[in-house]
Design a protein around this ligand. Structure first.
Ligand code: AHG
Ligand code: MN
Ligand code: MN
Length: 352
């Protein structure tokens, strides 16, 4: 039976007759842009499409998270006798499973796994792509129904494809990424990604189960009214960062901090502002992971016209990486504000 929602979606999809533009799904968009991608075989397009599929599966589960008391808590058994999993473990497994089966991926590194994973590869295939990911970002938000996300980045392998991938394939600088994206499981679910030709956003239409192009060629404002930092660690930041945060407060910027990098950056992408996760006494090298969080988010932010630096004022995408789980401090967001932060810190460090 045709539900009201289905009817509305069908109507929307065929709106040309009514003078409105037709909805473009993620798959259609990817196909149209296939020639912009790094290969012409369609392999990269299929990989992106598979990431979209994994995101939909995780989205379904995120949406059920509030039912945990009914469906059972982690470690217990649900009504069908399956063990109930933590959502970050579930998301990790689903992404790994989907990417492994895609046949387009020769290596996966996840924030949730100590070592990288080599999927089984069909004999006739020689996949070139490496995926790095934070399957569930902002995991402390799940139990309280606040937004979480997924972050991913894609590299091309650099080792010869006659053998399995090597660690060096993963330890590439962020500037080598060929694609990066995030999924925001929020009031609606959005997939935002770049292949180095701008950033586009797709909103999941639950009635048809498709990501539909909703934000074409996203450009973040050059400046905005928001700063986003865990102010609770204020006393644990270096002096110049403390002074810069005071400066943000002096400027009457509004403080917003969700505790999920994806959600905090997403606000800034659209409303402008600056996001900071400086090094602290507990995390002298910073807390956020270069490979799974900082590189991909910096790639997206730069493609949207923003900037991303470490607290040592180096461009994040140019940082060398030595370990899979290496971390970095980070300041990112609207270009004018990040540039001003840099000048502020340089000036402040010079007089002290
Ligand atoms: P994850 O849930 O993947 O471990 O990531 C959480 C990260 C990041 O998303 C967020 O900005 C930051 O950790 C929050 O950390 P604090 O609670 O220390 O502020
Ligand atoms: Mn994270
Ligand atoms: Mn995570």
């Amino acid at each position: 039976m045709l539900t009201k929602l289905h009817f509305l979606s069908l109507l929307l999809r065929n709106t040309n007759h009514f003078g409105m533009s037709k909805i473009e799904t993620l798959d259609e968009f990817i196909l149209k842009r296939q020639d912009e991608h790094t290969d012409s075989s369609g392999s990269f397009s299929r990989l992106l499409r598979d990431i979209g599929i994994a995101a939909k599966i995780v989205n379904r589960e995120v949406n059920k998270a509030g039912l945990v008391n009914i469906l059972g808590v982690e470690g217990s058994q649900n009504s069908t006798g399956d063990e109930v999993q933590k959502l970050d473990v579930f998301a990790n497994e689903k992404f790994i499973e989907t990417l492994s089966m895609s046949g387009e991926v020769c290596g996966i590194a996840s924030e949730e796994n100590m070592e990288f994973i080599i999927p089984e590869i069909p004999a006739h295939k020689k996949p070139q792509y490496i995926v790095v990911m934070d399957p569930l970002d902002g995991s402390s938000n799940i139990d309280v129904n606040v937004s979480v996300g997924t972050i991913f980045g894609v590299y091309k392998r650099i080792s010869p494809d006659s053998g399995p991938v090597q660690k060096e394939d993963f330890l590439q600088k962020g500037s080598n990424m060929v694609a990066a994206g995030y999924v925001l499981y929020g009031t609606s679910t959005l997939l935002v990604y770049t292949t180095g030709n701008g950033v586009n956003g797709f909103t999941l239409d639950p009635s048809i189960g498709e990501f539909c192009l909703s934000h074409r060629n996203i450009k973040m404002p050059e400046a905005g009214n928001y700063y986003s930092v865990n102010q609770g660690y204020y006393l644990k930041f270096d002096l110049e960062m403390r002074r810069y945060i005071d400066h943000c407060s002096d400027l009457n910027l509004r403080l917003r901090y969700i505790g999920s990098m994806v959600s905090d950056i997403h606000r800034i992408m659209f409303q402008g502002g600056i996001f900071l996760y400086p090094n602290t006494r507990k995390y002298p090298q910073g807390k956020l992971r270069l490979l799974y969080e900082c590189y991909p988010m910096s790639f997206i932010v730069e493609q949207a016209g923003g900037m991303a630096l470490s607290c040592k004022l180096e461009r994040i995408l140019d940082l060398e990486i030595k370990k899979l789980h290496e971390t970095s401090s980070i300041v990112m967001g609207s270009s004018k504000m990040v540039r001003e932060m840099k000048e502020f810190v340089e000036k402040y460090s010079a007089i002290n």
